[in-house]
Design a protein around this ligand. Sequence first.
Ligand code: SAM
Length: 161
Amino acid sequence: MASKQKVQRNYDLSAEVYDSRYSDIQKEKYNLALQDLELQKPLLDLGCGTGLLKDFLGVDLIGCDISRNMLKKAKERGEIVVQADLENLPFKNISTILSFTALQNVPDIKKAIAELRKLNPKKLIITYLDKFDLVKEVENQFDIQEIRKVGEDVCLVSSHK
Ligand SMILES: C[S@@+](CC[C@H](N)C(=O)[O-])C[C@H]1O[C@@H](n2cnc3c(N)ncnc32)[C@H](O)[C@@H]1O
């Protein structure tokens, strides 16, 4: 796995072209992952990238990402943005955590999932690339209610234990 600094640098460099490459594919994932689900506010978008989810949902969203250049784009879309690392999250009182195609980048996934648990969300909706398997790590901290295949990702819909 690439180091965190390398991941950050790569996303900083690809921020300009990200939407033209991934917008359609990500929006298809949002559609499949979120259909039939009620999203209680406040909503936190972890690894928010350029804010494509903000566009898709059209609601207030707090976005967090490690890449400053990705966040600049998300801010332009109207997302409230915070530069932070998924392994160390400066948030409180979040009802719903959303995270699309970001968690597979994190070196210490146990620490990241423990951080999510600390936020005590009512609902956690995460997707990650299918070649990874985060079920066990999530299961240790949350009740998984549903596992959905969404494009090239797996989506886990969970609530706190
Ligand atoms: C594949 S992009 C997905 C972006 C967005 N969620 C979407 O649906 O388009 C992965 C994002 O995760 C962010 N990321 C990677 N590692 C991170 C970390 N440790 N903390 C916060 N964000 C991270 C990257 O900067 C990048 O914006």
